[in-house]
Design a protein around this ligand. Sequence first.
Ligand SMILES: Cc1cc2nc3c(=O)[nH]c(=O)nc-3n(C[C@H](O)[C@H](O)[C@H](O)COP(=O)(O)OP(=O)(O)OC[C@H]3O[C@@H](n4cnc5c(N)ncnc54)[C@H](O)[C@@H]3O)c2cc1C
Length: 377
Amino acid sequence: MTDKVDALVIGGGFYGCVIALFLTQHNYKVTLVEQKSDLLQRASYVNQARVHTGYHYPRSLQTAASSAQNLIEFREFYDDCIDSSFTCLYAIAANGSKVTSSYFERFCRQINLPLRAPEKQLKKLFSSRTISAVYECEEFAFDAKALRDVLLRKLNAAGVDIRLNTKVDDVEKASAHEITARISVGDDAAQNTETLSAPWVFNTTYANLNQFTDKKSTRPVSLRHQVTEICLLRVPEILENVGVTVMDGPFFSTMPFPARNTHSLSHVRYTPHFTWHEQDAPDMDPDKVLTEHAKSPRYEWMLRDSARYLPVLENAEYEDSLFEIKTTLEDTQIDDARPIAFHRDPAMERFISILGGKIDNIFDVLRVISGTLDLDE
Ligand SMILES: Cc1cc2nc3c(=O)[nH]c(=O)nc-3n(C[C@H](O)[C@H](O)[C@H](O)COP(=O)(O)OP(=O)(O)OC[C@H]3O[C@@H](n4cnc5c(N)ncnc54)[C@H](O)[C@@H]3O)c2cc1C
C-alpha cells in the first residue's frame, strides 16, 4: 500500500524540520523522513553553533547583510534556543589576514553592525605581536539540543507525520503531479520497505543532496565536501563567557557550544581534514567517507596555533572532537558567501533539493518555497 501525503520532506535536520512545519502551517499534510533515530543529529548538531549576524562575512557584503536581516526572524522564532549571554570578540590578525582593521570597521559601518572597544582585561588577553585590533561585537550561539526539542514539540503539535529510523532509498516520477518514494524502515531494511507518494518532495539531506540524482541525465547541484573536526574545550575561567573569532584567513574561533555546555574550537587550517569536489568524484558517498575517515583529533595543533593569538588558550582542556561533513556550493570559494541552493530537478520539477549554507538561511528558503507553491504569506 502507498501512503499519500501533500508533501514529503526527506531529512530531519534543521532545514527539513522547519520546512515540514512551515508546510503544515499552510495546510499541507506532511511526512518527514529521517534515517537517524532522532532529529537534528547531523550537521545541524555538529557545527560551530554561531548565529551569524554578519561580522563573519566581510568579503561578502550580500551574505553579511542578509545574515543581519535573518537574525531578526531567527530571534523571533527561536529566541529560547539562543545564548546571548557571552561577550563576542572579533580580532584582526596582524599578518596574513585578508582584511585589515580599517576595512573591517568600514564594512561594519556600511551595514550598521555595532563595534565597541572591548574591556581592557579582555583586550589584554590577546598578543599584541600577532593581533592588530580587537572589537566587541554582537553575535550569539544556538543550542542545537534546545532547537531539536522546540522543533519536535511544534512538529508534533502541528500533526506532522515523523518517521525516524527510516531512509528514503529512491524516488521516481509517477506522473506530472506525483512522485513516489521507496523507503526502508529500521535496520532490517530489506524486510521493511514501503512507498510514499506526494505531489511535492523536498530533499534536505545536506551532504547527501545529490543522492537521488541520476548523474547521467540531470544536472546535480555542484557541491564541495569537507570532512571537518570541531573540538570541544573546557576554557580557562576568564574565557567562560567569551567567544573569540580571529579574522580573516588561516585563524581560529572559539565560542560557547551550548548543546554541551562547553566551548567549541575550530581552525581554518586544521578543521578541514579532507576536501573533495563532487564533480570530480561523483560516486563518492559522503556518509561512507565520514564513517571510514580515520578520525585522529587535531586539537593539539589547533590549540598551539590559536594560543599564538590568545595565549590563555594554553590552559584550555581538551574534551572531545565532533566530526561531520561540511558541504558548500562550489562557487562560494572566492568571497566565502553562503547562499542557498534551491534546485528543481528538470526531469522531476516537483522534486526540490535545498541546501542552506548556514542555519539562518532557512528564512530565505521559506520565502522561495512560498513563492514556488504560491502560499499566502
Ligand atoms: C563544521 C561545521 C561548522 C558549521 N558552522 C556553522 C555555524 O556556526 N553557523 C551556521 O549557521 N551554520 C554552520 N554550519 C552549517 C550548518 O550546520 C548547516 O547549514 C545546517 O546544519 C544544514 O542543515 P540541514 O538540515 O540541511 O542538514 P543536516 O542537519 O545534516 O540534516 C540532513 C539530514 O538528512 C538525513 N538524511 C540524509 N539522507 C537521508 C535519506 N536518504 N533518508 C532519510 N534521511 C536522510 C541525515 O541523517 C540528516 O539528519 C556548519 C557546518 C559544519 C559541518
